[in-house]
Design a protein around this ligand. Sequence first.
Ligand code: 1PR
Length: 531
Amino acid sequence: MQITLLDYGAGNVRSVRNAIRKLGYEINDVLSPEDILTAEKLIFPGVGSFGLVMTRLQERGYLEPLKRRILENKPFLGICVALQALYEGSEESPGVHGLGVIPGQVIRFSTKELSVPQIGWNGIRLLKNSVLINSYDHEKLYFVHSYHAKVENTGPDWLLAVTDYGTEFVSAVEKGNISAFQFHPEKSGSTGLKILGNFLAQDVDNSLVSAPRPIDLLQETKIAKRIIACLDVRSNDQGDLVVTKGDQYDVRHEGLVRNLGKPVDLARRYYEEGADEITFLNITGFRDYPLQDQPMLAVLEKTSENVFVPLTIGGGIREFTDATGKASTSLDVASAYFRSGADKVSIGSDAVYAVEDYLKTGKKTGKSSIEQISNVYGAQAVVISVDPRRVYVQSLEQTDHTTISTDFPGPGGEQYCWYQCTVKGGREGRNLDVIQLVTSCEELGAGEILLNCIDRDGTNTGFDLELINLVKQYVSIPVIASSGAGRASHFVDVFQETRTEAALAAGIFHRKDVTIQEVKDAVRAVGVETR
Ligand code: 1PR
């Protein structure tokens, strides 16, 4: 059977395409408004901001056919912003009209105790039976969004599932053959693929199986702490692209680049072992030209064919001029990565330079890589990879930087330290501290912080909990703790002693010291929510 995809060129729909193909279906693209009406089954993956989605639909003349299709009850599946588009409007883009099929406005999460965007795996409370989501399909699903639809606007005829994140919000709607999910089935591993497969195979009208059940009887859902496998990738001395691993960022052993395996194979292994996300860092990106780095794009393309959890790619996200004088913006570089299958990009050195410029004037120019990418793809697609290193001082007066008193004194017995930001893979320190960097990046539109620590990287001595607690005091976007994991109990420590949303590790998984499942078992045993 042919499945029709509504791709209006706003971002990465490769993962939806890959998921449909993996399930054995052919894809037709909507090329004209009529295709929306004649399609047997239509999937509308919402990518970009609410305003961008609605504008693109209007420009292409898709609004009326979409409303008609929904009214005629022809099979329709909306994902993420496409669920929000069913409502009248959104706080995200004031004045822009939604499809208005369901009354009310979509609003921003305003929780104080939880980070926004919500990024990660959460449960659903299913309020009626559905052909798409069977009651036994209650495993966690992947969400990534800052705005949500309100339960009270969504009548029982539409409401299919709710989820809790500081507040109760609509995670799925369904009426007859029209369904929409706030979560991403295409990024929700085998559970998500099953739900998507149900839509593709479904031939019964959902209205026949509805039996509403009261929300209150169902247990509150909880977002899981994420475990992320990280693959530092670079060419080795023979020119092959390999996964490598540094020791405090030094990836050479006896003069040679450590080779820990092939990127695509390792990513697949970690997906199958239960990683909640996979991160690739092209660690020579700061000196290479990523748009010419075809192997890295090919790695993403190949990986995304078989890995159905979020993929982040970092390294070299900045503007470039190639040998022929052709200039590319950081947005061009990021777009190439998104088209190849990335869900998020991670910016390292260029974020430091952007913040240095920003702090000089205090004015946003809209031109930094963070702003450009966030404006087009949304904050949730922009991760800042921070590479800080401790600078020890004898007293607080010795520096203007944000300083902590530490339980791990410096080589001269110093009781205090600040965290200096570095660029070019830790090779160059800047006069910028980690708090200046992360708070400014949040203001510029970043959606998440990947918090490495050069002092701990590859040491197996555990995460730098002091650093993570410091950063968590200052930002309201999610933080991924990174560097230093050497045993499963280090993950227990990071989740029990800090409020980090995720923990990332590399060496421990590459060396097979413990499996991802063993890490999850350990943290679950102390009551931490996992997928
Ligand atoms: O500056 O935008 O081109 O991005 C370059 C990216 O590459 C940055 O994200 C930077 O962190 C990363 N990078 C650059 N050089 C190295 C290196 O190792 N020589 N890797 C490097 C950094 C840090 C982690 C690592 C964790 C966990 N790797 O991602 O995987 O520390 O390690 P562990 O669990 O084994 O301790 P740009």
